[in-house]
Design a protein around this ligand. Structure first.
Ligand SMILES: *Cc1c(COP(=O)(O)O)cnc(C)c1O
Length: 227
């Protein structure tokens, strides 16, 4: 038997330890509970344990769950690959879309937004052809265009490194994402620097926090294995 509440408490403790290790405050790290394929009842259980931010990967699933859980004050993050024609399902619900990878998608979300949507550009740090996200060199151009869209609030960048069970293998990609964020902030005509670095999952979130993650996306370690 897994207890979602206990898992969340443990993850929060581990976030605290990882943050302290590098002199950071754990309040600078947001935990997004990744609830894809898990039921609304599971989400409710996590919510009752104090969890507020949830991550979903599929547009239709997000729409259905958000309707089922409309009585809760959930901060929905969309973290899957988003097709332009599905933007209309996501825009009315998502507080944050973490996977902006084209100006066409950003424009579609901008057009459909009910209120201002936070967003992150997804960077393909591993250069894997099967992964979504844009190449590091293309971020600068895309960021400038996204900044011009009134209903989107560009907050930072996210990445999913090539999977390896050893978290040390993810570290170079996390370092790279931080360097990209710093150079974006040096390059962009903005008053307030972009702050968010969304990186780290169940098996490597502590390493990500050591490298500066402000958002970690944790599914399995909270809800158990997905079938
Ligand atoms: C599924 C998923 C996660 C969570 O992965 P776990 O290994 O279950 O923690 C995080 N980020 C993205 C983009 C995902 O698709």
């Amino acid at each position: 038997m897994i207890s979602i509440a206990e898992n969340i408490a443990q993850i929060r403790k581990r976030i605290e330890i990882a943050a302290e290790k590098t002199g950071r405050n754990s309040s600078s790290v947001k935990l997004v509970a990744v609830s894809k394929t898990k039921s609304a009842a599971h989400i409710r259980e996590a919510y009752e344990a104090g969890q507020r931010a949830f991550g979903e990967n599929y547009a239709q699933e997000l729409k259905e769950k958000s309707q089922e859980l409309a009585d809760l004050d959930i901060e929905w993050h969309f973290i899957g690959h988003l097709q332009k024609n599905k933007a209309k399902l996501v825009a009315p619900v998502a507080a944050c879309v973490e996977t902006i990878d084209s100006i066409e998608l950003a424009e579609m979300l901008n057009r459909r937004a009910a209120r201002r949507i936070s967003c992150l550009i997804e960077v393909n740090t591993g250069g894997e052809s099967a992964k979504s996200g844009i190449a590091p060199a293309e971020i600068f151009g895309l960021a400038r265009k996204v900044l011009a869209l009134p209903n989107l609030n560009l907050c930072g960048i996210m990445t999913i490194p090539p999977y390896d069970p050893d978290p040390e293998k993810s570290r170079p990609y996390f370092k790279q994402l931080k360097i990209i964020l710093d150079s974006l902030n040096a390059d962009l005509p903005i008053e307030n620097p972009l702050r968010e670095l969304s990186m780290g999952m169940s098996h490597d979130f502590e390493t990500a926090i050591e490298e500066g993650a402000t958002i970690v996306r944790v599914g399995t370690a909270i809800f158990g294995e997905r079938i």
